[in-house]
Design a protein around this ligand. Structure first.
Ligand SMILES: Nc1ncnc2c1ncn2[C@@H]1O[C@H](COP(=O)(O)OP(=O)(O)O)[C@@H](O)[C@H]1O
Ligand SMILES: [Mg+2]
Length: 596
């Protein structure tokens, strides 16, 4: 870019003058009525700063024309009639976003966030449009190093300018993609994954609730051309149909990975009067069984410091044996006869709850892991497979949670995230590769704390910890949701970058408003009006909050959008498929149905 100032204004582009200032907002009296129709909400204005080289940049929040009646100039032909004419008062309100200088020290054309000075009354204001706008938008991504550029689409106010975020900043302190259903969230996720894939060693784990992102690992062929190469590896939490023949991409989360609280949140009924006894005996036995494993494995160093929460394998059957011994145990009485032991009869309900879960095939990924998953070195292999896969495999991992029962979904996502986070935590700092969890449909497992049950609280605990401390260890969250008002506030308020698509619900809009600085309230008023694939990009990854049109991803996620009207015209219901689905429902496995 040449050294010439990128913003130059001539008299016709002068909009008017500042008439009032209130911290971050300015009111501009529009003198050039011809320019007013060209200024829309979201357009940019420049206000002359304290020196000739400085302009404060603002974004239009409101454009008004008020009609006022005034006495007209007396008509020289009919001086006795007093005419009243209607004249417009044009005004424009803008929120200040940054400061532009044509020269700052030795640097030419510098834009920075924040207004360096307050605008002064009567200062000249200009509308940034045409060549000025093009050059200005180009300036926004200019200082970004090639290595940091995350190109997301183009700006709506200037379609020729690419909207480029700072990829480092975008992920550094968590980000969120929010928008009503059908607004384009999944496509935005695909686009970001596609961009990340272009980095050589992207490290992303996607929690895929509906199997939507399977297409990224197995791109469908498009009409007339071959399928594009995959950008992700597919993993799946084992469903009932995967238990018999798991593949290397079938994931198990064996019960022994769960810490004490996670396990108890699923099994313990806190209203049971014996709950404290049950929790205590469970803890004692699990610790004992883990100790035995460590002894057998000759892991004496681990044995010296492990806790009941350490992920050490043990056999569930052994735990059940020990609990039953307690539950039926007798002890010597005062007389010769034996009397009931201390825990006799107190664990019965706990045991039956545990057995019920252990026998339910839907929980097979947890309670019926393959024998290999009880080996001591199994865990390291699994985590390596996820965090540091062999070189030829894509570093983006799409994990399909679609067959996980909804009542344990929070524990499963929570345990999964906690395991990977803990490994990263304990890794040598200089050896860590940063990674991101993409939490799709976050409202399903990261609810608002007041609404959370015992199981959900466990997931919240894991994710809130990542939200608060993850940055230090190179772990970040990308929270995606259509119901921001149902997502944990703690987590959302830790997010520093937002891609907000069309959001129609009032409650959701209010949550988003509360997350943003007050000055952006006007910009957010446009949320219900955004087109599909249009978003407000806000946060420290971009110099200026901006309305952008997202690029459509090369590989579309498997859409849930059905064309009811068209399909009713074209496709008859398939009776065999309906009958087969009934069997699938009985089996609780889609995989099995495909084989049959
Ligand atoms: N950037 C975009 N440009 C054009 N169309 C888009 C864009 N993003 C999404 N769409 C369309 O909108 C529909 C819904 O998108 P999707 O990402 O599934 O929404 P969501 O995940 O928010 O429900 C899709 O059928 C897709 O074709
Ligand atoms: Mg979606």
């Amino acid at each position: 870019m040449s050294d010439a100032p990128i913003l130059t204004f001539d008299a016709p582009s002068k909009l008017g003058k500042v008439v009032s200032v209130d911290t971050s907002r300015v009111l501009i009296a529009v003198e050039n009525a011809a320019l007013l129709p060209r200024a829309a909400v979201g357009s940019l204005v420049a206000i002359q700063g304290t020196t000739a080289q400085e302009f404060l940049i603002g974004m239009t929040e409101r454009v008004t024309r008020q009609l006022r009646e005034q006495t007209a100039q007396p008509d020289p032909m009919a001086p006795t009639t007093l005419a009243v004419e209607v004249v417009p008062d044009d005004a424009l309100r803008a929120v200040l976003l940054g400061t532009y200088r044509t020269i700052e020290g030795t640097v030419r054309n510098r834009f920075k966030r924040g207004a360096d000075s307050f605008p002064q009354i009567d200062r000249d204001c200009f509308l940034i449009e045409g060549g000025n706008l093009q050059r200005f938008m180009g300036l926004l991504g200019k200082d970004l190093d090639e290595k940091q550029r995350l190109e997301l689409g183009h700006f709506v106010i200037d379609r020729s300018a690419a909207a480029i975020a700072n990829g480092d900043r975008f992920f550094q302190r968590h980000a969120a993609i929010l928008g009503s259903t059908g607004s384009g969230k999944s496509c935005a996720v695909s686009l970001i994954l596609e961009r990340a894939h272009a980095r050589k060693h992207a490290n992303i784990v996607v929690f895929d609730m509906h199997g939507e992102y399977a297409s990224l690992a197995n791109p469908p062929a498009r009409e007339g051309s071959i399928a594009p190469p995959p950008i992700a590896s597919a993993f799946k939490i084992a469903g009932p149909g995967d238990l018999a023949k798991p593949t290397e991409n079938t994931l198990f989360l064996p019960y022994w990975l769960l810490n004490r609280e996670e396990m108890l949140s699923m099994i313990l009924d806190r209203s049971d009067q014996n709950a404290p006894n049950q929790a205590a005996r469970f803890t004692t036995h699990v610790r004992g069984l883990k100790d035995t494993t460590l002894k057998d494995e000759k892991q004496e160093t681990v044995r010296a410091t492990f806790t009941v929460d350490s992920p050490v394998p043990y056999k569930l059957t052994d735990l059940l044996v020990k609990l039953r011994e307690d539950d039926t145990g007798m002890k010597p009485g005062t007389a010769k006869a034996e009397i009931k032991g201390d825990w006799n009869g107190k664990l019965t309900r706990f045991i039956s709850r545990l057995e019920a879960k252990a026998e339910d095939r839907r929980y097979g990924f947890m309670f019926k892991p393959p024998d290999a998953a009880l080996k001591y070195d199994w865990l390291a292999k699994q985590i390596v497979n996820l965090l540091a896969p062999a070189n030829e495999k894509p570093g983006i991992k799409v994990v399909d949670f679609s067959e996980v029962p909804s009542d344990v979904l929070p524990v499963v996502t929570g345990v999964f995230a906690r395991m990977l986070y803990d490994v990263q935590f304990w890794m040598q700092p200089e050896k860590r590769t940063p990674f991101v969890f993409v939490c799709d449909e976050a409202h399903l497992y990261l609810p608002v704390r007041e609404d959370a049950d015992a199981v959900e609280k466990q997931a919240l605990y894991s994710f809130e910890r990542i939200a608060k401390e993850g940055r230090k260890y190179g772990v970040s969250l990308l929270v995606v949701s259509q119901r921001p008002s149902d997502v944990s506030r703690t987590i959302l308020s830790q997010c520093n970058n937002f891609l907000i698509l069309r959001l129609t619900n009032d409650q959701d809009q209010n949550v988003v408003r509360r997350l943003m600085p007050d000055s952006l309230a006007g910009v957010l008023d446009g949320l219900p009006l955004l087109d599909t694939g249009e978003a407000l990009l806000l946060g420290d990854a971009i110099l200026l909050p901006a309305r952008i049109k997202l690029k459509f991803p090369a590989i579309e996620p498997l859409s849930q959008t059905r064309n009811f009207w068209q399909e009713w015209g074209e496709k008859a219901p398939d009776s065999a498929a309906v009958a087969a689905a009934v069997e699938t429902l009985r089996r609780q496995s889609r995989t099995a149905a495909k084989i049959a």
